[in-house]
Ligand binder design. Structure first.
Ligand code: NI
Length: 643
């Protein structure tokens, strides 16, 4: 057994443990060959047990699985107790929704679609011949739930297709418009084929991005090397990381990808657990190929499952530490995701500076941040998730959006009505991207309180005789339903997560401030399918009393869920959230109106937020950063140290 390698209750399951779980399934008569493993993850121990853990203590280990019977469609939640060496529970799931779509199904869908006579007839009307079939790309999308009676109770995807002129051709330049196959994954057949009467021609212009298709590389971009001759400033012990006063544990789940556990600075806790709990990308085109597209990329596919393995070179510069992630395939067999998480340090410009001519004091320090990141490719899009820790105590999450947009064929001579034209006869549907960060806060201890603040002008009066005064309001969010909040840039609305049981250097409660960026809310109508299903995207901030069962912003099984799950349900009981164990959930994103520059691959778009110490420290904690100037830096033609 490899259990000896496990030293902490939050260590991800290792390959030996995953193999041991597979062996437990093999010995269980209920687990037939039809069983697929849609989820296999560490069952995280209860928070009190994690907090009570001391180095050297025995750890209790268990796996949490979701199984799908690929013949019957039955879904089973399983707890595999590794310490006792047995299947501890086996529960058939009767709740609404489906487990995520798995790779094993992806491969079957193309065969089902391409062999269907009705689909062949539909694409023939658009110029696809039998000779094209091999190269046609079939994209299976999560089906959503639109209340269609024939779809209820079935495990489905909606499949759209793209012509490709060669093995490396970019299919997204050639959408086959007006043909959607609703595929029954258990029945192994097309349930419904939608074939628009008007057949829009397939755009045939190639728009490729593989190396041979790119223009000759520019030659005037000179080398830029990042060197760290003394090594990195972080240290890694198993899954535990320390850097510049910060400590945390790296975790990883099939659904969320990277998780930060037990994040603390200067020996003081800040966050118990942080992750991206869900995403949704709703499209704003009402036509056949698009109205139903609203992928919940975490819950319907799995950001962790689709994480890039950066064996062929990292996306980062400098000295990189890679974490290999033990994972299970669709059959529960162990597999190692090489280099799935990257960690490195980055220079980040000026940290602090002052030039005081009176005292002839010139001091400047450079900012540096620790970057912990991974990239997930979910179909056409690529999402990077970058956690940054800074020398001044700031925490940042930055989502990077890149990859290929969804596309629509546009009839010659017409303009695309539901988004932007990106090339001849090719449109990009307008859409939104929403992310939800789940932040189980632990600012200086377990009992935290969230307050909301705004800047408001003070009326003229005895206490504002010159009219220059404005106020900062403060309001405690004391109940869950009071705490579903929208940002407001006009009043600078922000939130503080504080610990009122502790007193800081100026007699207040130490806090971290949630600093949000300008971010949209869901624009789909109340009553629409996506509005029901993506309730988390209708508010920017939610606060809930910690409940271990409340893990994901759109609920446990968002795939094909009818709606109402997740945050709107979590706050229904309106629990107390003042001075208690709380989770802050932040929804943020980007509204994307497509343009020619997005094609064939869009430059990175950013979305994210920061958590900044606010009365957490007694002063600027980065005053002791050395005035280290880089002797390798030089002004063109003369030596100089630059800010
Ligand atoms: Ni986009």
């Amino acid at each position: 057994m490899t259990e000896s390698a496990v030293r902490h209750p939050l260590d991800p399951l290792d390959l030996g443990e995953i193999a041991a779980i597979r062996a437990l399934l093999d010995r269980d008569p209920r687990c037939t060959n039809a069983m697929r493993v849609t989820t296999l993850e560490l069952r995280e121990p209860a928070k009190p047990d994690v907090l009570a853990h001391r180095p050297g203590d025995a750890v209790v280990r268990a796996g949490r699985l979701v199984l799908l019977n690929s013949e019957s469609g039955e879904v089973i939640e399983v707890i595999a107790d590794l310490t006792a060496g047995r299947i501890a529970s086996w529960d058939v799931v009767t709740a609404d929704g489906q487990p995520p779509i798995i790779l094993d199904e992806f491969f079957k869908i193309a065969t089902i679609v391409k062999s269907d006579p009705a689909w062949r007839a539909a694409v023939a009307r658009r110029g696809i011949t039998e000779a094209d079939y091999d190269l046609v790309q079939v994209d299976p999308f999560s089906a959503g739930n639109f209340g269609y009676p024939e779809e209820q109770g079935r495990r489905l995807v909606r499949a759209v297709a793209y012509w490709r002129g060669g093995p490396k051709d970019n299919g997204y330049a050639h959408p086959i418009e007006g043909v959607v196959a609703v595929v029954d994954l258990i029945g192994g057949r097309i349930l419904t084929l939608v074939d628009d009467p008007v057949a829009i021609p397939i755009p045939r212009k190639p728009r490729n991005y593989h190396r041979e298709a790119l223009p000759p590389p520019r030659t005037d971009l000179k080398k830029l090397h990042i060197t760290q001759p003394d090594g990195p400033s972080f240290s890694v012990d198993g899954w535990n990381v320390t850097w510049q006063g910060w400590t945390f544990r790296v975790g990883f789940t099939p659904r969320e990808g990277l998780v930060l556990h037990n994040l603390s600075i200067a020996g003081r806790s800040v966050i118990y657990r942080a992750s991206i709990s869900e995403m949704v990308v709703p499209y704003a085109d009402p036509t056949t190929n698009h109205y139903w597209k609203n992928a919940f990329d975490a819950g319907e596919y799995g950001l962790g499952k689709l994480a890039n393995q950066l064996e062929l070179g990292c996306d980062c510069l400098g000295l990189i530490h890679y974490f290999d992630i033990p994972a299970a395939d669709d059959f529960g067999q162990p597999t190692l995701m090489k280099n799935a998480v990257c960690m490195h340090e980055e220079d980040y410009g000026v940290l602090w500076k002052h030039n005081e001519f009176r005292t002839d004091t010139f001091e400047t320090r450079r900012s540096r941040r620790l970057v912990i990141s991974f990239f997930a490719t979910v179909g056409n899009y690529d999402y990077g998730f970058y956690w940054y820790l800074y020398l001044d105590g700031t925490i940042q999450l930055e989502a990077k959006l890149t990859g290929i947009i969804q596309t629509a064929a546009v009839a010659p001579g017409e303009a695309y009505r539901w988004g932007g034209m990106v090339d001849e006869n090719l449109g990009g549907p307008t859409h939104q991207h929403f992310f939800n960060a789940r932040l189980h806060m632990m600012v200086d201890g377990e009992a935290n309180t969230v307050t909301e603040h705004e800047f408001l002008p003070r009326p003229w009066g005895a206490d504002n005789p010159h009219g220059n005064v404005f106020d900062t309001t403060s309001r405690v969010l004391s109940r869950e339903r009071d705490a579903a909040r929208e940002a407001d840039g006009r009043t600078g609305r922000y939130w503080k997560i504080s610990n009122t049981n502790v007193v800081n250097s100026v007699g207040k409660a130490p806090a971290y401030k949630l600093a949000v960026t300008a971010s949209p809310l869901l624009l789909a109508q109340v009553g629409s399918a996506v509005h029901r299903r993506a309730g988390f995207a209708t508010k920017h901030v939610w606060v809930t009393a910690y409940d271990p069962a409340e893990r994901f912003a759109a609920g446990e099984y968002p795939n094909q869920h009818a709606g109402g799950a997740g945050l709107p349900a979590y706050i229904a009981d309106n629990a107390n959230i003042e001075n208690t164990d709380i989770v802050v959930w932040h929804s943020f994103g980007h509204t994307h109106v497509c343009k020619p520059e997005d094609f064939p691959i869009m430059p990175v778009e950013y979305a994210g937020f920061m958590l900044k110490p606010n009365g957490f420290f007694a002063g600027n904690i980065a005053m002791d950063v050395p005035a280290d100037t880089d002797p390798a830096s030089a002004q063109h033609g003369a030596s100089c140290c630059c800010d």
